[in-house]
Ligand binder design. Structure first.
Ligand code: UD1
Length: 422
């Protein structure tokens, strides 16, 4: 298993170019099941989760052709499409469930593995199933699989999500595109990956999706979608991770290829910690302060209300170096503090009370051997190792490879002493 060797503390200076968004590309790729015509998706990030989704599409019968160093994919449908999404693929990536909505909308049949839980929480799919049921999907759960059918075309519906869910919103929007008549979805997740990218992609292909309120989306079903070429937006979480890196390591970093407006909440928080930030259309120039200021009462929330849960671990590392006590409450996932025990091995002083982390500042991290537990927790360990004194070894970095494109190459270019040991 690959590991990272990082020798700190490192200075961060230079430029970094943001890759395509994993969380935008995944639902877009899943929604290609809705098409008969060829689809070309550009600016894919070269990360493991994208390979997994592409393999899932292949196993469902799509013909896949990679171009441009695997950053572009051309997807064509075979005559014989399958409707079975196996556990072996869905278990490694919960976003596998995103094929369910498109499959039932297009083929009126699907056998999709339940994704199961993961380290950050139980992560059920009841919101997905409740919404799809309203469209006329009937299902049974047998031996870990959702066996779903519909009597012909799905029917447009009015549905209000009881809780905001990224995946359930995506599954419902994609299902509604080929449903008969009008759908109105309320209390939707409005992450830019959905409200901007997935919506823009499907509308470009002829879907009729309109956001009529802050969290309300209207979809008029169409009979088919047309041949389309689309370029995926930049990765919001990768951008946020590099912004934290620069703030943490007294850096001076120009971050390219990302629209700063889409990460304004996090940039405002970083300004509060003392970062100097200048933005233009698709660039962020960020400089870290000499002394990082603490922040109390950060609560992770759904976009755009507060800090993204996917950046919680990275912000925690930053606050370990602040000039006083900070707190972060995790309100999205019940068990997303896996990084805390590892950060403590580097010298962090963090106490967890229920879903709140109390973080003492002024930590002098000392390099140590560490274990990655999940994707974003691993990014936090890398950040901590960058400012730790001495050598750190981070094990099980396959978690990082699920969502960050060649992070070691990008970090090395901006001054981090990092090596991958295979
Ligand atoms: C997506 C993101 C993930 C991010 C998360 C929250 C992708 C591929 N993944 O995950 O990186 O951390 O949004 O921003 O885009 N829930 C239920 N029942 C359901 C669905 C969700 O109880 O049917 C719960 C979850 O356990 C969680 C909360 O709702 O506590 C939010 O989850 P959701 O927004 O659905 O996250 P994902 O789509 O899985």
């Amino acid at each position: 298993m690959d590991k990272f060797l990082i020798k700190g503390p490192c200075k961060i200076k230079g430029q970094v170019s943001i890759s395509g968004s994993k969380n935008a590309a995944l639902p877009i790729l899943a929604s290609t099941i809705l098409f008969d015509k060829t689809v070309i998706i550009e600016n894919l990030p070269r990360v493991k989760d994208i390979d997994t989704m592409v393999n899932l599409l292949k196993s469902l019968g799509s013909k896949i052709q990679f171009l441009n160093n695997k950053k572009t994919v051309k997807i064509t449908k075979n005559k014989k499409q399958k409707i079975f999404a196996p556990y072996s693929l869905v278990k490694t990536m919960r976003a596998g469930i995103l094929v369910l909505g498109p499959m039932i909308a297009k083929y009126h049949k699907s056998v999709t593995s339940l994704p199961g839980g993961c380290l950050i929480g139980a992560r059920p799919v009841n919101y997905h199933l409740n919404a799809l049921k309203k469209f006329g999907m009937m299902y049974e759960i047998k031996k870990g699989y959702i066996h779903a059918i519909s009597k012909g075309k799905l029917k447009g519906t009015n549905f209000k999500f009881s809780n905001i869910s990224v995946g359930a919103t995506e599954n419902s929007i994609t299902a509604a595109c080929l449903a008969k008549g009008k759908t109105i979805l309320k209390n939707c997740a409005i992450e830019p990956e959905i409200k901007n990218d997935l919506t823009n992609f499907l509308n470009k292909a002829g879907a009729k999706i309109k956001w009529t309120g802050k969290r309300t989306c209207q979809i008029i079903g169409v009979n088919s979608l047309k041949e389309t070429k689309y370029s995926v937006m930049g990765d919001r979480i990768e951008t946020g991770t590099f912004c934290v890196a620069a703030t943490l390591a007294k850096g001076d970093l120009l971050i390219k290829n990302f629209n700063p407006k889409l990460i304004q909440t996090e940039l405002n928080l970083l300004k509060k910690t003392g970062a100097t930030i200048k933005t233009s259309k698709d660039e962020i120039h960020i400089k870290g302060p000499q002394k990082i200021k603490n922040i109390s009462n950060i609560v992770t929330k759904e976009y755009p209300n507060s800090l993204a849960t996917d950046l919680q671990a990275q912000f925690m590392v930053l606050l370990c170096k602040a000039n006083g006590r900070s707190t972060i409450t995790e309100s999205i996932f019940e068990n997303r503090f896996m990084h805390v025990a590892e950060l403590k091995r580097l010298g962090a002083k963090i106490i967890i009370k229920d879903n709140k982390a109390i973080i003492e500042g002024n930590t002098e991290f000392l390099g140590a051997e560490l274990m990655s537990s999940d994707l974003r927790a691993s990014a936090a360990l890398v950040l901590a190792a960058i400012v730790a004194k001495g050598q750190s070894v981070i094990n099980r970095i396959y978690h990082l490879d699920r969502g960050y494109e060649k992070i070691e190459n990008k970090l090395r270019k901006i001054g981090v002493d990092i090596k991958r040991l295979s």
